[in-house]
Structures are given as structure tokens and as C-alpha cells.
Design a protein. Sequence first.
Length: 304
Amino acid sequence: MLNRLLKEERGSTLILAAISMMVVLAMAGLAIDGSLLYMTKSKLQKAANAAVLSGAQDLPNSTARVTNSVNYVINAHKEADSLTNLDSSTGEEVSVELTKEVPLTFARIFGYEKVDVKVHATAGLYPIGSAVGVAPLGIDETKLSQLGFYGEHQLKVGPSESEYGNFGILALEGPGAKTYEDNFRHGYQSEVKIGEIVDTQTGNIAEKTRDVVKERTDGCTQPPGDYSMRNCSRIIMVIVYKPHNYTGGQMKQVKVTGFAYFYIKDPMDSKDTSITGVFIKRTGAGSYVQGSANTGAYTIRLKK
């Protein structure tokens, strides 16, 4: 009787061990399939994020350029067949959806042979509220609103033209023609932020301006009307302001309310006291700050 009980116990133990082994193997298999799904989704998400961030740079240009930029990045990640949706119809954001069929191995035991992994990403434009590399030039926010974008205008740089309602020369790093020239050539290398008070620049700096404008126009062969080149020296970021201290018939200080991009069309001749160009909408380096005005200069951020 005792021997019989011992044999039955051994048999039950073997059955339980076999069942336990099957459960362990199933769990390990599901973990492997789960890891594969996780890695696939992570890879797809990185591709989607990179695609919309690249595409958003061209939102101010055209839908075709946005599409080309997105497709270029998706192809570079070898996920062209995964792109199931691309939308930039609002002109303010670009969205993509990627879907990839992943065959499973161990999950087939439970009737799951494959799973569709889907990811979504959206990047949008946000007005720049702080920036580094700004040119020492500014425009009144009211004047910019009246002028609009892509029409030819003149940035005034003559000795007597930094007045209310017109374009102004700004002393971002202090007064002086040499300081102005360096900041115009290389951009002011400290942060400028909305809400800050900036002094205006006085004196005749037209000659310094002509020298830098020539360098900038010579340094970029981008055809007129095409503002999409990312590193064109003709394109400068200027400050958008509202008057802050207007005394003695002259604007002494201005308050920064935003930023705008200006494309320099032509070199200045020896008698010019203005820079000819157009204000354009463009993305660039900078940060969004709560309360930033929409004045045509944008930074890009992923949206959740």
C-alpha cells in the first residue's frame, strides 16, 4: 500500500514539474515576443519623431517640402513601407503614423500569429521667445503687422532713422560702431528674451552695415524667392519691439516682444542707408516662452 502511494506521488510530481516547465517556457516565450514588440515600437517611434521634426522645419515653405523632408527621414530609417499617414494640412503642425506588422513566435501557442505595431508623432510651430545670435536691428511690432511677409522692404540704418515707427538699430552689447559691426556679422552671442529692455544705437553706422551686408550676400547664392536653405547668410534674425522710452525726439529704449527673420536681397551701394529685403516666415534656433508673439520666427516642438 505504501509503495503504491509513493509511486502515485512520484507520478503527480512529474506531471506538476512538466506543467510548471511548460508555464515557464510559455512565459519566457511571451517575454521574448514582448521584447520584440517593444523594440519595434521604440524604433518606429524614433523614426516618426525624427520625421516630424524634420518636416516641421519646412512648414513655413510648402506642403511639398514638408512631404519630401518627412519621406527622406522615413527612408533613411528604412521604414518607407510603414508610413500609413502624413498630414500637414493645417500649416502649423505635421503628423505621421507608422504601422508595422510583427510576426510572433511563442504567442502562436495562444493563437496570435502577428501584431500590428502603431506609433504616432506630431511636431508643431511655436513662436520664438528667446534667442541667441540676433542681429542688432529691430522693427516696431505695429510696423511689422502692417508690412506683413514676403513683400520687399527696407531696414533703415541711416544716422537719423532710428525713430518711432521705423526700423531701429539696437545696442545689444553696448554702444559703438565696432560692437555693432561684430554683432551684425556674427550675431549677438548672449540670450535675448521677450520682455527685456534694449538700448538703441546712435551714430552713423551705414558704412559698417554695407561691409557686413556685402559679406552676407556674397556668402549665400540662394536664388531670390527661395528661402528654404537652412544655412543662408542672407537670412538674419531681428528683434520685434514696442517703444519703451521715447524722449527728445528719439527712441532711447525698446521692449522686446518677439523675433522675425529678414532675408537680405541685394548688397548696399555707397549711398544706401537701408538694407533691401523681405520679412519671411521661418523656423530656427530659439526657445518658446509663454506669451511669445507670433511674428514669423518659430521653434519646433514635439506634441504629446
